[in-house]
Design a protein around this ligand. Sequence first.
Ligand SMILES: Cc1cc2nc3c(=O)[nH]c(=O)nc-3n(C[C@H](O)[C@H](O)[C@H](O)COP(=O)(O)O)c2cc1C
Length: 198
Amino acid sequence: METMSPGVSAEALNVLMTRQSHWPLAEPAPDDSQLQQIFDAALRAPDHGALRPWRFVLIRGNARLKLGELLVDLACTRAPEEPRSAHEHRGRRALAAPVVIALVASLTRETKVPEVEQLLSVGAAAMNMLNAIHALGFGGFWATGPDSYEPQMHRALGLTERDRLLGFLFVGTPPDGVRAVERPSSDRYVTEWLEAHA
Ligand SMILES: Cc1cc2nc3c(=O)[nH]c(=O)nc-3n(C[C@H](O)[C@H](O)[C@H](O)COP(=O)(O)O)c2cc1C
């Protein structure tokens, strides 16, 4: 991939300022080399202790049908009083994008780096991925939903006891292009600290 000199940043900044989430997403999906770029961007996230806590499980093609079945199974388990047909729509979530990436934090216990910092690092990796997805001309959506917290989902994805599922990135092409999204002014969230509070 081309490297960028620090001064030539207007385009990069424009990517950050124009990213937005898209749902659902259509074909085309990023191809293998574009996915590689997206994963490489993830690995540029800050990472205290160089623990490399991120893991990504790529789900695409017909594997999404299996994921969909699992989503229906999980919904049935959560609400067994309802017939399976009432939960079938849950399975369609897996087909809401041509590529789905499970975001996993693989936590190291034998370290001074607190767990929260390892989780933040994977969150930062996910953000880099969303920005890379956008920079490549695709769209993304980060979703957790109740399924991310189900042990059955963790087992199905091959997670171990040290892993946390931080959600799924849905990736593809936004069918409707750009949406108008109003963003609040950052002033509301920024204060300048000058001295200790009494
Ligand atoms: C960890 C995480 C989990 C999320 N899970 C969901 C979700 O399950 N469902 C949902 O509608 N939005 C979810 N969101 C929010 C969307 O990804 C998205 O940020 C939101 O729709 C606002 O769109 P924007 O990114 O264009 O500002 C989640 C965001 C994060 C950071």
